[in-house]
Design a binder for this molecule. Structure first.
Ligand SMILES: Cc1ncc(COP(=O)(O)O)c(C=O)c1O
Length: 485
């Protein structure tokens, strides 16, 4: 017997995943425009830094809120002593309004059904503690947010069973995939307690369709399960089709079905939509009062500080600010996503068609040496160490197909994103040139932008066209754009 607990010494935290080790590499050599221009650019972090100026402007115009004052008088002592785990009523009301506003006011949220938590991390774990016993399982569509292996499983003892989604239908959730996952769990002797989805999806950057939501609700009704809808990215939807919350479908199709309503729970947070992960503000929303009561008691372990609640209740109850922020945030995210998609396209790389989130789900299957996760890791290492971009490999998101990567776009400036794209393009050109050379093809005619030797039939058709296309684009760009090296 060791001196420490099994929990403290087991490695089920998931810290060894390439998702986290990419961050470690970044920490060792972080890119800085002036101090470290050859450093690693962080594209593995889903942070939203695009609207800080809008928040800062509001803070400037509302100095009382951040300096613990009400009508000019200090409320420091009141806030310093406040420790009610039900949360500040004014904050819960403002948060409920913000959540409704994001959903185009098609649904309303009752502040009494909100439990405040230290971020969505804590909200998801709290729901696991409320809904399942150690050893029970939740079904999750793949690819999924790598942090779930820690948040849902580590301290609770819950198991995740993947619902395998595939690129062949745009990673949509199907009835067959749900049933297969359910059967797999049973084969493993695991009791299934529910399904957890992220809507919009991290890492896909897409919203879940009404059809899929209906399917999920029918599925949980037929098997008597819970549905957790992690809607942490609900305010990042910038393009059609718009966002439909699980709550909206409940209101439309299950208005009077109290049982099903009790089985659906929403997770929310201000980490992404408002860009405040450091503030640690999250929430569980449930129609089941027993879940609300239990989660409220559990929230003692991860409360939101009273000064944060006070500041944000002032900010989010300001209707004008709310509207402006939501609109501006979506506009800027759309522009950024387009920049990334266009940049990747110039490097001959395509993305899964996204309409939300702080990242793109990028298809680099054509750059793999073979169709294996080993080849994906090899490519990932090159991207981290040679191209010096930290991106998240699909394997860390439990994707069933090798060659997909999550690439974030909202945690850096436009020039940094530009530089990242130049580096990637140079890498693709170099690696496709190397591939061709290694296959016995000698020289490139860089003036006429054609390959002088006939391409070997050892190259597959896809790879061939990408190499040509990228090469052509890169030579054009070399004329007009400075390169990184
Ligand atoms: C889908 C999803 N859920 C939960 C979290 C955790 O968020 P928070 O910072 O609010 O704990 C993240 C963070 O990336 C996420 O992507």
């Amino acid at each position: 017997m060791g001196l420490l607990s099994r929990k403290a010494t087991c490695n089920s935290h998931g810290q060894d995943s390439s998702y986290f080790s990419g961050w470690e590499e970044y920490e060792k050599n972080p890119y800085h425009e002036i101090q470290n221009p050859k450093g690693i650019i962080q594209m593995g972090l889903a942070e939203n830094q695009l609207c800080f100026d809008v928040v800062e402007k509001w803070l400037e115009e509302n100095p009382d809120a951040a300096s613990f004052k009400r009508d000019g008088k200090s409320i420091f002592r009141e806030l310093a002593l406040f420790q009610d785990y039900n949360g500040l009523p004014a904050f819960k009301k403002a948060l409920a309004e913000f959540m409704s506003e994001i959903r185009g006011n098609k649904v309303t949220f009752d502040p009494n059904h909100i439990v405040l938590t230290a971020g969505a991390t804590s909200a998801n774990e709290t729901l696991m503690f409320c809904l399942a016993e150690p050893g029970d399982a939740f079904l999750l569509p793949t690819p999924y947010y790598p942090g779930f292996d820690r948040d849902l499983k580590w301290r609770t003892g819950i198991e995740i069973v993947p619902i395998h989604c595939s690129s062949s239908n745009g990673f949509k959730i199907t009835k067959a995939a749900l049933l297969e996952a359910y059967q797999n769990a049973q084969n493993l002797n695991l009791k299934v307690k529910g399904v957890l989805v992220t809507n919009p999806s991290n890492p896909l950057g897409t919203t879940i369709s009404t059809q899929e939501l209906n399917l999920l609700l029918q599925f949980i009704a037929s098997k008597n399960l819970h549905l957790i809808s992690d809607e942490i990215y609900s305010g990042t939807v910038f393009k059609k089709p718009g966002f439909v919350s699980a709550m909206e479908i409940l209101d439309q199709n299950y208005k009077h079905d109290h049982q099903i309503r009790k089985q659906v729970h929403i997770v929310y947070s201000l980490s992404k939509d408002l860009g405040l992960p450091g503030f640690r503000v999250g929430a569980v929303y449930s129609n089941d009062e027993v879940v609300v009561a239990a989660a409220t008691k559990m929230s003692s372990f991860g409360l939101v500080s009273s000064q944060t609640q006070y500041l944000l209740s002032a900010m989010l109850s300001d209707k004008k600010f709310r509207r402006k922020y939501i609109r501006e945030n979506q506009k800027r995210l759309e522009k950024r996503q387009r920049m990334l998609v266009n940049g990747l396209e110039k490097a001959g790389i395509k993305c899964h068609k996204g309409n939300a989130g702080l990242f793109c789900w990028v298809d680099m299957r054509h750059l793999l040496g073979s169709n294996t996760f080993g080849a994906e890791m090899e490519l990932w290492r090159k991207i981290v160490f040679e191209v010096r971009l930290n991106v998240s490999p699909g394997q860390s998101c439990h994707c069933s197909e090798p060659g997909w990567f999550r690439v974030c776009f909202a945690n850096m400036s436009e020039p940094t994103l530009d530089l990242a794209m130049q580096r990637l393009k140079a890498f693709v050109v170099d690696s496709t040139t190397t591939t061709v050379t290694s296959l016995g093809i000698r020289s490139w005619n860089t003036n006429s932008i054609t390959v002088t030797t006939t391409l070997s039939n050892q190259l597959d058709t896809k790879r061939k066209s990408v190499a040509k296309w990228v090469f052509r684009l890169s030579v054009q760009d070399r004329v007009s754009e400075p390169r990184d090296r």
